[in-house]
Ligand binder design. Structure first.
Ligand code: MN
Length: 253
């Protein structure tokens, strides 16, 4: 039997050490092809490039860099570049956590989401950290999860968002299944003057704060556990949909 094809990408760019750690971790469980942005595209969200051509070049055997977003990479790889359809899409290892509401900004999570949209099991994996990153625990977990997903698949329209705490690998022992956390939006916008006297703004000047939900991705990572959150592509709020029925007449005018 031939090894299953695994597509690996990220949003930190093709030169990220997290990408290399992930590709190396998954090599024993499948044939890894890397298709990644040529530069950092963190917080690119689910952006797709539609108004200019995209170029891909092979930098090493089965390593391709693309001058586009993480979502571009996954789309190009699956719809065009790869000879066979991958059995798994994995994005990461991101340098920094992707928790709670941040998943909507995250290029890492969006890349995995694109795999899910195209009907392929996918997960995103991010390493919390500060000045430096140790990918030992994240790489080992990525390999274990990839093995499991290649065997079991995932329910339709579902992806997994994995976050690994910033702790020495030997101290990361537990895995928690969690729900998406909530950011407390108190972060500041920094407003300053540039050297020519014009105002500029900088988003995210302070460390984000989080609501303590008890069972969220944030709570797990803070407790030193690897967090696994299943995310669903259907963002419909069904309870609200039922509640809105009461407005139906008025919405029609
Ligand atoms: Mn990133």
């Amino acid at each position: 039997m031939t090894a299953p094809t695994i597509l690996v990408t990220n949003d930190d760019g093709i030169h990220s050490e997290g990408l290399r750690a992930l590709a190396e971790a998954l090599a024993p469980v499948g044939e890894v092809t890397v298709v990644a942005p040529d530069r950092e595209r963190s917080a690119a969200g689910h952006a797709l490039t539609l108004h200019r051509p995209l170029r891909a070049s092979e930098t090493a055997p089965r390593w391709y860099r693309v001058d586009g977003t993480p979502t571009d990479c996954v789309t190009l790889a699956i719809m065009g570049m790869l000879k066979s359809r991958p059995r798994l899409v994995v994005a990461g290892i991101n340098l920094g956590a992707n928790l709670g509401d941040d998943v909507t900004y995250s290029g890492t999570v969006s890349a995995a989401m694109e795999g899910t949209l195209l009907g392929i099991p996918a997960f995103a994996i991010s390493q919390a950290g500060g000045a430096s990153f140790d990918f030992t625990a994240a790489a080992a977990f990525a390999r274990r999860l990839a093995t499991l997903l290649l065997e079991q698949g995932l329910p339709p329209d579902t992806l997994l968002n994995v976050n690994v705490p910033a702790a020495p690998p030997e101290r990361i022992l537990e895995v928690a299944l969690t729900r998406q956390g909530r950011r407390a939006y108190r972060e500041s916008i920094v407003e300053k003057l540039d050297p020519r006297g014009k105002t500029y703004y900088w988003i995210g000047g302070s460390e984000p704060e989080w609501e303590r939900l008890g069972d969220s991705d944030y709570d797990a990572v803070m407790a030193g556990k690897i967090s696994v959150t299943p995310l669903h592509l259907d963002l419909t709020h069904y309870e609200a949909l039922r509640a809105l029925r009461a407005w139906e007449e008025r919405l029609r005018g």
